[in-house]
Design a protein around this ligand. Structure first.
Ligand SMILES: [Zn+2]
Ligand SMILES: [Zn+2]
Ligand SMILES: [Zn+2]
Length: 86
């Protein structure tokens, strides 16, 4: 089992804009949203056709996202492949 040293719940980043910033540029739609814990950017999940959250990790190496969905309190670390409830 992997451990994640990247996620710090005391420094939780949320985004006031509840949209995928990349999908908005191209006029696409998304299913769920994830917020990057390094830069605070919000992107769409892997159920969305553009998978911008995963693309953001691959492009930037920012390892941790949280669910941006209201009422959901969990994080995912791409680097450690670990699911974190907080
Ligand atoms: Zn990690
Ligand atoms: Zn997107
Ligand atoms: Zn980021």
């Amino acid at each position: 089992m992997n451990n994640c040293d990247h996620f710090n719940v005391a420094d939780l980043k949320t985004d006031s804009e509840y949209v995928c910033q990349e999908c908005v540029k191209t006029g696409d739609t998304w299913v769920h949203l994830r917020t990057c814990q390094t830069c605070g950017g919000t992107h769409c999940c892997n159920s969305s056709k553009n998978k911008h959250a995963t693309k953001h990790f691959l492009a930037t190496g920012h390892p941790v996202v949280i669910s941006a969905e209201p009422g959901e309190r969990w994080a995912w670390c791409y680097e450690d492949e670990v699911f974190i409830r907080y």
